[in-house]
Write a protein that binds this ligand. Structure first.
Ligand SMILES: [Zn+2]
Length: 428
């Protein structure tokens, strides 16, 4: 609006000066009486009136074009300004507490404020600037208890775990990996204290999550969640974001949820997703949701996002590689959702090349996330690898017409944008 006023003022001054400089009574053959009556009729702006009456088509055309260009410029400026604002430190916006911050969604409807700077992301070693994420694997498990009984704290043999995981991650680091998003939730084997020690030993940034894992026949959902409200569950997750996880100062960098494969979403699945929505609205954390090929889970989530006026870019379609209908993937990507093709292994490289080509043709590579869904210590078993992207897929991409910039887009720019803490409302 401010720029629009500047434009209008500029146009007015231009009109005024051009009229004043070029239009005289002689020019337009008015006699003095006509001129005086014209001044009376047009108040304080007689020269503009004269200017318009004289039908100077070229000048009017020039002014109109100027107005159009300035309007386009203003709209562009506004967009740039909005993007810059979203990148600004939330704490400084807090201090200013400007109406623009509310419009941009920094403050959720309930009046709470996002305490973490928007340009930062929480790692297990503390917040970093999001630009420091670098090459990121967005869906891996450093370790998990998958297959074992539900366990809030997860008792790993830490010596065995470190002996297995640390050399592997050090090797990944040498392949260029800077950051790993660990998708093991609480009750599923999440141990942030161990993640922190592994991160310190390997120099790989690890981002942990808040949320519950609702796949595997709901086996890893804690009993109390069935009787609790979505709000009560989200309060626990928001508390982890604000105060740290399990007595540590380690905070989550995203929300992890899961729907069971091959069955309609259950009440508990939907409730956990609603709790995820409330958590997003209070923290700006992105929702990474194991959805796979479950079309009903997909539709249910899209409806709940819509009902809560949340933009699809707040949501990552985890295990989207399992969904066979390319049209649906492309459609969701075009709407802004993140498509996580997170099952790369040596046997499916050609299928990944085919899909990535399709997204490239449709100019949607900027919505793709790549990962392996690997596991460094799956219930104490041998490593399920997470290095094929670097050893197999990327070389194959380069021989199939993908550029270094395409790869940088998928492994660096996309994670940075997908996990940027921001409350993403539909009207942003
Ligand atoms: Zn996983």
């Amino acid at each position: 609006m401010r720029q629009f006023l500047y434009c209008s003022l500029l146009l007015f001054v231009l009109s005024w000066s051009s009229g004043e400089a070029k239009v005289t009574i002689e020019d337009i053959h008015l006699d003095k009486l006509e001129y005086i009556s014209l001044i009376k009729r047009s108040g304080n702006y007689p020269l503009i009136q004269i200017y318009l009456m004289k039908y100077r088509p070229t000048t009017i055309l020039f002014s109109s074009m100027l107005l159009v260009f300035l309007s386009i410029g203003c709209r562009f400026d506004k967009k740039m300004e909005s993007a810059e604002n979203q990148m600004r430190d939330a704490t400084s916006i807090d201090r200013e507490y400007s109406p623009e911050a509310i419009i941009l969604g920094f403050f959720p409807p309930d009046g709470t404020r996002n305490p973490t700077a928007l340009s930062q992301i929480n790692t297990v070693k503390g917040p970093i600037d999001i630009s420091e994420l670098g090459v990121s694997l967005t869906h891996e498990h450093i370790m998990s208890n998958y297959g074992k009984e539900i366990n809030k704290t997860s008792n790993y043999d830490s010596v065995q775990l470190f002996n297995q995981v640390i050399p592997y991650l050090k090797n990944l680091k040498s392949l260029g990996v800077n950051s790993i998003f660990d998708c093991t939730t609480e009750y599923f084997g999440r141990r942030v204290d161990l993640l922190k020690r592994i991160s310190e030993a390997t120099d790989i940034q690890i981002i942990t999550n808040t949320g519950f894992y609702g796949a595997a026949d709901d086996r890893y959902i804690p009993e109390f969640a069935y009787g609790a409200s979505a709000k009560a569950i989200s309060d626990l997750w928001i508390d982890e974001f604000k105060n740290g996880i399990q007595g540590t100062d380690i905070k989550p960098g995203f929300i992890k949820l899961a729907f069971d494969d091959g069955k309609p979403p259950s009440d508990i699945d939907k409730k956990l997703f609603e709790a995820g929505i409330l958590t997003h609205l209070n923290t700006g954390l992105t929702l990474a949701v194991h959805t796979g090929s479950n079309r009903e889970a997909l539709e249910s989530q899209m409806q709940l996002l819509k009902d809560n006026d949340i933009h699809p870019s707040a949501w990552i379609w985890t295990h989207a590689n399992k969904f066979k209908d390319d049209i649906v993937l492309l459609d969701l990507a075009a709407k802004g959702a993140w498509i996580s093709l997170d099952g790369v292994n040596q046997s499916n490289i050609s299928e990944y090349i085919r899909r990535l080509n399709l997204f490239k043709q449709k100019k949607l590579l900027h919505k793709i996330l790549l990962s392996h869904d690997g596991n460094g210590f799956p219930s104490g078993d041998p490593i399920r690898g997470f290095e094929v992207i670097f050893k197999g897929l990327i070389p194959e991409m380069l021989t199939n017409g993908f550029t270094e910039d395409d790869i940088h887009q998928i492994l660096v720019r996309n994670p940075k944008e997908a996990f940027q803490m921001r409350i993403r409302k539909n009207d942003d």
